[in-house]
Each structure stands twice: as structure tokens, then as C-alpha cells.
Design a binder for this molecule. Structure first.
Ligand code: 9D3
Length: 250
């Protein structure tokens, strides 16, 4: 997969995307990530990318010309490197608080694309003609106010890249992922077995794999009930799950 990120603040992404699982996926050729400075597509001497809103009001709006020309340049690049089909199929996403909220299902859909183009908005928003004529979809990462689309774009890249074949060590950790199973994760422990007087639950040291499995499942169910009742409502529970949830102790 090729990911192109369009931003006014390339340095916000360059370092972080070289680290961790995403950085290793880039090194292993699982994904290519290219960061483009929207300012490079401004024409005037001051390289202006924003302007006052028509109709008045506070804040600034991102001008359409640099964004249209940046996406067109990226599409040409994709075409030159991989052919017309790929250029036409590139999926253009605007990161915006008005977008559809990112879910694992949406991440899976994005992971199926060959080329993603992520546009990071900044200021109060972007000219609506960009949304209507340039962008395939708008995505938000949740209902809180950030200062721009850069951190949301990094969240999308991270979530998508770890689904690509070869990005994560073994398939099991993806299979087990809480949002794939629909429940939140059970508590994890590692050595030492006692730390500052606090013991690791005895069942985990018992070597009884069936008991461990039941304990973990019960913990996942209870925690989900306590912290994310919305998830438990959607989960499709087995009769064993209902019995585990009803158990009082442990
Ligand atoms: C406080 C200003 N807001 C009300 C008038 C509008 C607004 C515009 C632009 C609020 C935030 C932003 C910048 N944020 C993003 O571009 C953004 C974002 C976010 O703030 N939260 C969650 N997901 C995203 S994706 C892009």
C-alpha cells in the first residue's frame, strides 16, 4: 500500500511515522508513506494556503487551489509509478471533525485500498468545494477538539498499517484484538509474580489452561460490562459467557 499525507506541518508526522510498528512496516516494504507539504502547491509569493471566510465570522478557511493541485499532483505521481488504474482508484480522505467516526470496520475498509491520500485540515475548516469535488470520504477520530488533522491522520495510518500482511509479528495479536472480538481486554501480568506486595492472580500461575481461559473470558466480560456497556449490548454472547458473567466471585 502507498499512503500519501497532505499537511501544512510535515514535521508533525515525519518523526512519529518512522517509529514502532509503522516504522518497521515502512522499512520492510509493507507500506510506503509520503508526506507532502500543502504549502508547496500555493502559487503566490507568500505561499498562502488560507483566507477569510465568505460571509464573515472568525477564523480562517483553507483555500481550494493548493488542495486541488496537491491531490492532482499526487494522483499524477501514482499514475506515473503504478499506472492509470491505481491513480483512479486512489482513495482521498479528508480528516475533519465533521467526518464519520473512525471504527475498526472503517479501518478494515481503508486497509483494502492500494493507495490512500489523507488530507489534514487545519484552521476552522476547508473550502466546501474540496469536500464536494475532491474528497471521497471525511473521517473524524472522535468527539473532542484537536487543532488539526495531523494526529487523526497518524491514528488512521497506524490502525491501517498494522492490518497489512507482514506488518505485525504474528496474526494472533490481530485476531485477539479487543475491537475485533467486541470485548475489552482481560488484565495482563508479567514477572515478577509478587511486586510491592501485590500478587499476580494465582490462576495465571496454575498452569491450568482451561481455568486461565475461563478467568480471562470472565474478566473481559465484566470489564466490558463496567466500562463499555455499549459494546456488551452489541456482543453476541455464548451461553458460557452468560454463565461467566453471572458468577459472583473471582
Ligand atoms: C473550535 C472550532 N470548531 C468549531 C467552530 C471547528 C473545528 C475546526 C477544526 C474544530 C477542530 C478543528 C481541527 N480538527 C481537525 O481538523 C480534526 C479532528 C478533531 O478536531 N477531532 C477529531 N477528529 C478530527 S479529524 C480532524
Amino acid at each position: 500500500m502507498d499512503v500519501h499525507v497532505l499537511t501544512l506541518f510535515p514535521a508533525m508526522l515525519e518523526g512519529p511515522l518512522r517509529e514502532s510498528i509503522v516504522g518497521r512496516a515502512v522499512e520492510n516494504g509493507v507500506v510506503r508513506i509520503r508526506i507532502h507539504n500543502i504549502r508547496d502547491y500555493a502559487h503566490d509569493r507568500h505561499r498562502t494556503t488560507d483566507d477569510y471566510p465568505y460571509g464573515g465570522g472568525g477564523g480562517m478557511v483553507m483555500k481550494p487551489e493548493p488542495l486541488f493541485e496537491a491531490v492532482e499532483a499526487v494522483r499524477s505521481l501514482i499514475g506515473e509509478e503504478n499506472g492509470r488504474e491505481r491513480a483512479e482508484g486512489a482513495h482521498v480522505v479528508l480528516m475533519t471533525p465533521q467526518g464519520e467516526v473512525l471504527t475498526q470496520a472503517l479501518v478494515e475498509e481503508l486497509a483494502s485500498k492500494s493507495d490512500l491520500v489523507l488530507i489534514c485540515g487545519h484552521y476552522e475548516g476547508v473550502d466546501e468545494r474540496v469536500v464536494e469535488h475532491l474528497v471521497d470520504r471525511e473521517i473524524s477520530i472522535g468527539d473532542y477538539v484537536l487543532s488539526g488533522g495531523e494526529i487523526p491522520a497518524m491514528a488512521v495510518v497506524d490502525a491501517v498499517v498494522r492490518l497489512l500482511p507482514g506488518a505485525v509479528g504474528d496474526g494472533q495479536s490481530i485476531e485477539d484484538d479487543s475491537h475485533s472480538t467486541g470485548l475489552i481486554q482481560f488484565p495482563q501480568y508479567t514477572r515478577p509474580a509478587e511486586y510491592r506486595g501485590r500478587q499476580v492472580p494465582a490462576v495465571l500461575l496454575s498452569g491450568n489452561h482451561e481455568e486461565v481461559r475461563r478467568w480471562r473470558r470472565r474478566q473481559s466480560l465484566r470489564r466490558t460490562q463496567q466500562r463499555r456497556p455499549d459494546l456488551l449490548e452489541k456482543a453476541d454472547l455464548s451461553s458460557e459467557d452468560s454463565a461467566l458473567l453471572a458468577e459472583q466471585e473471582g
